[in-house]
Design a protein around this ligand. Structure first.
Ligand code: B12
Length: 397
């Protein structure tokens, strides 16, 4: 079976019209295309960086803000400048793009514009006809272009590719994030990335992010749409579809990881798809540290006995602790971990909150020291006592 076509879609800066692209994405996926969706309100540089790292065949832009002639042309120009002019640019914007505009856009290097009233099947047929060709070798390349193409080769060979190890002796720390869908893994990773980038002005971070797909079918690779801080030249992110493998990762993850681990990164983060109770995605010493991200809404306490990752995770993050049930969840999970008698840590976070103290604590655990459940709960008790004291003195005054 040939490897799926991969494209990237996005909506330009100062444009929130994402309804059209959401519909088009779904149609592409239904027809076996893997779509990396970058989201709306995106800069040219973010789109081009993502397209290069994801090694897509084409970029589909949906533009309604009136700036399409300049924006599309800028994407083409930027791709060329970075040695990736083989990545094609196409798109639409309903009635906001006139036929005259489209002619000018094509003169500036845009591949195709779809006007209002075009059936979705026509767009799918176009993508299949024009973007399924094998990718040609590039005349000039740079680190990210080379790495991206190597990852594609590994992925398309289902991991059965020999990695050429680089001379790089530095080995990055590899951290695996897993947990149920909707627990906030991507947001948490994005907040951690911000801290990695701030901690050291030179370091680079790689992210391997997974989304589910069935063999021979398409996939919506949408984690980039949630990322803000990771839209940075010092972050190399690759979205992978599981291509039929159960358990949270893809058949090619291990080999891709080996390649990243021998490239010039300081940290490599792997995010699994949303996993179930039985999942134990990080075997064979695949990662240096495992983080299970949960939200407080896991149901009855008994459910905790069935979550295998609670036995093996190094760190358990209870995210969304601004929710009502958080306090009970934290104490139940803490109690569950104590039964394991292992040096596991528990951290409470609200990842959606910028500068969250819990995310700081997690960052510290990942980058520095290790501390036990007891130490972390000690810290939390001290913090609680401090806030209770502050509240009492506020009441008194
Ligand atoms: C729905 C809509 C909204 C919704 C958006 C919901 C959402 N989340 O997307 C809401 C109500 C929120 C909205 C808000 C606004 N809107 Co509005 N909106 C529209 C509307 C009615 C439809 C656009 C649409 O989704 N069409 C459905 C798609 C599937 O069909 P299509 O557009 O014909 O596209 C075809 C092809 O071009 C192709 N295509 C489109 N994109 C892509 C991408 C790829 C990769 C491919 C292959 C193909 C493709 O697919 C279709 C196939 O038939 C248009 C008017 C119109 N009738 O077009 C105005 C319109 C786009 N909006 C407009 C404006 C001004 C605004 C606001 C600024 C209004 C305001 N003052 O607040 C805000 C801005 C919002 C923002 N944050 O950007 C103007 C833009 C004018 C301009 N650029 O010159 C329009 C044209 C209305 C008008 N006539 O004035 N809007």
């Amino acid at each position: 079976m040939p490897a799926p076509i991969r494209i990237l879609t996005a909506v330009p800066i100062c444009d929130g019209h994402d309804s059209a692209i959401n519909t088009i994405n779904l149609e592409f996926i239904r027809h076996g295309i893997e779509v990396v969706y970058l989201g709306f309100h995106r800069y040219v540089s973010d789109i081009v960086r993502a397209a290069i790292q994801e090694d897509v065949a084409a970029i589909g832009i949906s533009s309604y803000n009136g700036g399409h002639i300049e924006f599309f042309a800028d994407v083409v120009r930027h791709l060329k400048k970075l040695g990736a002019s083989d990545i094609k640019v196409f798109g639409g914007g309903g009635g906001t793009i006139t036929h005259d505009d489209a002619r000018e856009m094509k003169r500036k290097g845009v591949d195709q514009i779809f006007f209002a009233g075009t059936p979705l099947t026509e767009m799918v047929a176009y993508v299949k006809k024009h973007y399924a060709k094998p990718r040609k070798a590039r005349a000039k390349s740079n680190v990210d272009l080379t790495l991206a193409r190597q990852l594609t080769e590994i992925e398309d060979a289902k991991g059965k590719v020999k990695n050429s190890k680089s001379k790089n002796s530095k080995r990055p720390k590899v951290i695996g994030f897993t947990g149920p869908g909707g627990a906030g893994k991507t947001t948490l990773i994005d907040e951690l990335v911000l801290r990695f980038l701030k901690q050291d002005r030179q370091s680079r971070v790689a992210i391997l992010s997974h989304d589910p797909s069935v063999v021979g079918e398409g996939a919506l690779l949408g984690d980039r749409a949630t990322m803000i801080n990771s839209q940075d030249d010092r972050v190399f992110m690759r979205s992978m579809a599981t291509r039929g493998q159960a358990g949270g990762l893809s058949p090619a993850t291990e080999s891709c990881l080996q390649l990243l681990a021998h490239s010039d990164f300081d940290y490599v983060i792997i995010e699994t798809v949303g996993t179930g109770q039985e999942a134990m995605p990080f075997r064979n010493q695949l990662v240096d540290q495992t983080v299970l991200v949960m939200n407080p809404d896991y149901g009855a306490r008994l459910q905790l006995q069935k979550i295998v990752m609670l036995d093996v995770a190094d760190i358990v993050v209870v995210n969304k602790t601004d929710l009502d049930r958080a306090k009970a969840a934290l104490s139940e999970i803490e109690h569950r971990l104590t039964q394991n008698k292992r040096d596991q840590q528990i951290v409470a976070t609200v990842a959606k909150r910028h500068r969250d103290a819990g995310v700081d604590e997690l960052f510290e655990l990942i980058t520095n020291s290790k501390s036990s459940v007891a130490a972390v709960s000690d810290r939390r008790n001290r913090k609680n006592r401090r806030s209770e004291t502050a509240a009492t003195s506020r009441k008194k005054s």
